[in-house]
Design a protein around this ligand. Sequence first.
Ligand code: N01
Length: 568
Amino acid sequence: MPDHVPERPSNGAGPAGELDAIIVGAGFSGLYQLYSLRERLGLSVQVLEAGDGVGGTWYWNRYPGARCDSESHCYSYSFSDELQQEWSWTERYPEQPEIMRYLNHVADRFDLKRDIRFGTRVTDAHYDEAANRWRVTTEAGERLTAKFLITAVGCLSSANVPDVPGLDSFAGRWYHTGQWPQEGVDFTGQRVGLVGTGSTGIQATPVIAAAAAHLTVFQRTPNFSVPARNGPLTEEFKNEVKANYGEIRRKMRMTTNGHDYSVSDRLALDTTQEERQALYEAAWERGGLQFRSTFQDLLVNKEANDTAVEFIRAKVRQVVKDPAVADKLTAFDHPYATKRPPIDTEYFETFNRDNVTLVDVRAAPIERITPQGIQTRDAEYPLDIIVFATGFDAMTGPLLRIGIHGRGGVALRDVWDAGPRTYLGLQVTGFPNLFTITGPGSPSVLCNMPVAIEQHVDWITDCIAHMREHGLDRIEAKADAAEKWVEHVNDVANGTLMVQAASSWYLGANVPGKPRVFMPYAGGMARYRGICDDVAAKGYEGFSIEGLAVQATGAGSSKAELSSGALR
Ligand code: N01
């Protein structure tokens, strides 16, 4: 931390840059957290954002074909009825540019940008126990101080570029989809190699294939995908949604995954072969993530899951003309939906194009990158552009790349050495007044994200309001409560098939050396919401929550100083 840089007073801040809260990130969660703390509680808040605009994950993920797999009318904020009445989505699933327009509209409508510092990457955050303050340092060496630190860094914002020997020697251009250039990439006439067949690779493949001279897709793990069936929304649908938003939102808050449909009560194995086929066919035609809700037992019973696997395999075989390519695409090694299930627009169809080649890098792994292209064990593929759709150091990566230090200077990186440990995904023992929106141990990525985000932001805001009302200054997860929660998260995950997907980023398995721990909470959003509400209703059970004005305080902090903080 450079000593010469003065602490800079900030918008809404007290002397010496003193703030009530610092929020890291200006995506869906950071914007709503800022709005809530400023408009509901009247706090002084600064959002620090590495990008030059709002959007968070969507700001960086502007790769070709980038589109959300939640339906538009559900992929939005519910906190303002005026907002949801005035905004109209154009397609069933929102494309990245439309999401960016929406988030900019939200930021402008609620005048949020005045409290956001763009182009400001947080490098360190230290908890000063004596002062009960978080001291935050940015890449430029600025320092800010706040009572609360709230991370709104997203779960999928730390790009995972594989450490392939020779990348520096590549004579062409290479990109990671999660750090896509703002000006875009022109593929015209180019030989493009795409590494990775997760949601991103599956979305980008058809779009790049349509523009490039040739596309080579390097597939390590064959992935399931279901047609998205995207299309323009009719005026009738838009009006119906707006007229019924109250009911739609209510339903979204009560379902497992935060969508406006429920998981079916039916069991695949209790259904006749004919009926099952008909239900899968109907779900395939309807398209989208809802396919995984066709039966209740798909994620808990392998035999039930196998019926979905066989259905999808048959569909892919119908589409892909070359049986050898179809074989490679359907050599599934994990149960359906145990990794995040992609949805697509003509992904499998793209392999019928003359300018597309599929390379199985499980059979013949990538050995190195040469100046000309990608060298696998069996062949060298000459390329002008390499696109890494290789995913993210998910959930923990965005938090650990900030040097977060809690009580006694303990590093979060050390505390999470064997995997993340939180209480409710909201707090970490030893890191008082730090809240992690959609942190590991919360439903987060297993839920439609805006629903998970609003639930966390509302809970955190209510918690801080409670602290103000009761003259409380410090909140920290108790070690035993966190212990029990981690155990519960593991038990719930182990009761599903999701732990069987060997290469899943839910388990951290996509990043070499990352601890294999199932990170999100798989108990469902509705159940989780109930648990969080209950904890709050019981006076924040499992948290140590205290006022400091009446206690002896550490080095240099008088009672008077602490009790005159901006929160009082
Ligand atoms: O990343 P991924 P993603 N050599 O980790 C492969 C959300 N999202 O960006 O499976 C060769 O899923 C890797 O192979 P394997 C969504 O939650 C949402 O696609 O590890 N291959 C895999 O095929 C999603 O789940 C939307 O064997 C390598 C791929 O790269 C999450 O983001 C759109 C490799 C990575 O797949 C992440 O999706 C896009 C290597 N060294 C994303 N390293 C929508 O809303 C990795 N791979 C629609």
